[in-house]
Design a protein around this ligand. Structure first.
Ligand SMILES: Nc1nc2c(ncn2[C@@H]2O[C@H](COP(=O)(O)OP(=O)(O)OP(=O)(O)O)[C@@H](O)[C@H]2O)c(=O)[nH]1
Ligand SMILES: [Mg+2]
Length: 309
């Protein structure tokens, strides 16, 4: 087997997933463990919409981290689909990290999740993870650890910060310790198995989420319509990738907000996401964004299917 030839004795490999209420910091922590941005993040709740796999490569182990949507009381069909993704994911992994932010009290949302987690905790170890420790005072972190430990019996409890890196390596060690022995599951160096188109669509959605409020973040979906080398370039010019994407919203009033006065917001979203996409793909990009209405798509099974849910 090429690539996997020299697996050391005792090498571990397997899957871990992060679960927790929306905005707990799961995606940011996933990116910190991987060492590269593979999942988009935002201060708006329910940013993540599918299970995203990132791969940590170590000399002693390969850890596949699965980031999941925030588990919540669903109000739309999309919401319940997202919750289904979480439940399917935690049923399949070797270890679960349940995340609560250090800067907010443990509450009903966390109890709701833990009540469900109990049904898998007898066969899958669950670690309690206190996130965002850089945002909290030591006594707040201590209080959170106590509240967390009162929720259920965790295999381990660990505070960490994805932003300043505090104990991210400790968390990685604790997750790896729960993996079975076995050869790597992904080729060396592969950081995610997300298709490029998905990563690109997500970067556009992340830029579109910036600065929008209330219901609008939930209403935004992005679909890549075309991604191909730009034709008709001068032979000596740098190659360029043509990307055409639709940003979907649910109502015409939302369309106006996303486009902004004289198209200003949309230009900003285009510029911000283009820079990120160019960094990701390592090529110049021509980005063509269109805003479209998919009426009430979050509640419509047919439209959800078209949007990939
Ligand atoms: N200061 C600080 N902020 C953090 C940390 N981790 C996450 N955040 C911020 O918290 C917000 C939510 O982070 P996400 O990683 O998107 O949270 P999430 O749990 O993935 O959220 P959903 O996908 O909606 O479930 C963002 O504004 C992050 O920048 C941290 O360790 N420190
Ligand atoms: Mg997320």
């Amino acid at each position: 087997m090429t690539g996997f030839a020299s697996v050391p004795e005792g090498f571990r490999s397997g899957f871990a997933c992060f679960v927790g209420r929306p905005n707990a910091g799961k995606s940011t922590l996933t990116n910190a463990l991987i060492g590269q941005k593979i999942a988009i993040t935002s201060s708006r709740p329910q940013t993540t919409r599918h299970a995203i796999r990132g791969i940590v490569h170590r000399p002693d182990a390969q850890l596949v981290v699965v980031d999941t949507p925030g588990l919540h009381k669903p109000r739309t069909l999309l919401g319940s689909r997202l919750n289904d993704v979480v439940r399917e994911t935690w049923a399949e992994v070797d270890v679960i990290g349940f995340c609560v932010p250090a800067d907010q009290p443990v509450g009903r949302g966390d109890e709701f999740i833990v009540n469900e987690l109990r049904s898998v905790a007898h066969r899958t170890p669950v670690l309690g993870v206190v996130t965002k420790t850089d945002k909290a005072r030591p006594e707040q972190i201590a209080e959170r650890l106590t509240q967390l430990s009162a929720l259920m019996e965790f295999a381990e409890v660990v505070p960490c910060s994805a932003v300043n890196g505090f104990q991210v390596d400790v968390l990685a060690d604790l997750l790896v310790a729960r993996l079975p022995e076995g050869p790597p599951l992904y080729p060396d160096g592969e950081l995610t198995d997300e298709p490029e188109e998905t990563l690109v669509a997500e970067l556009i959605r992340e830029a579109a989420l910036e600065g929008v409020r209330d219901e609008l973040p939930h209403s935004i979906a992005v679909v890549i319509e075309e991604m191909a080398p730009r034709e008709g370039r001068h032979p000596k010019a740098e190659p360029m990738l043509n990307i055409m994407a639709n940003i979907y919203v649910e109502r015409s009033s939302q369309k106006g907000i996303v486009i902004g006065k004289g198209g200003e917001r949309l230009r900003q979203v285009g510029g911000d996401s283009r820079r990120q996409i160019e960094a990701l793909l390592g090529t110049k990009v021509f980005l063509d964004l269109h805003v479209k209405i998919a009426k009430d798509w979050q509640r419509d099974p047919r439209q959800l299917r078209k949007l990939g849910f």
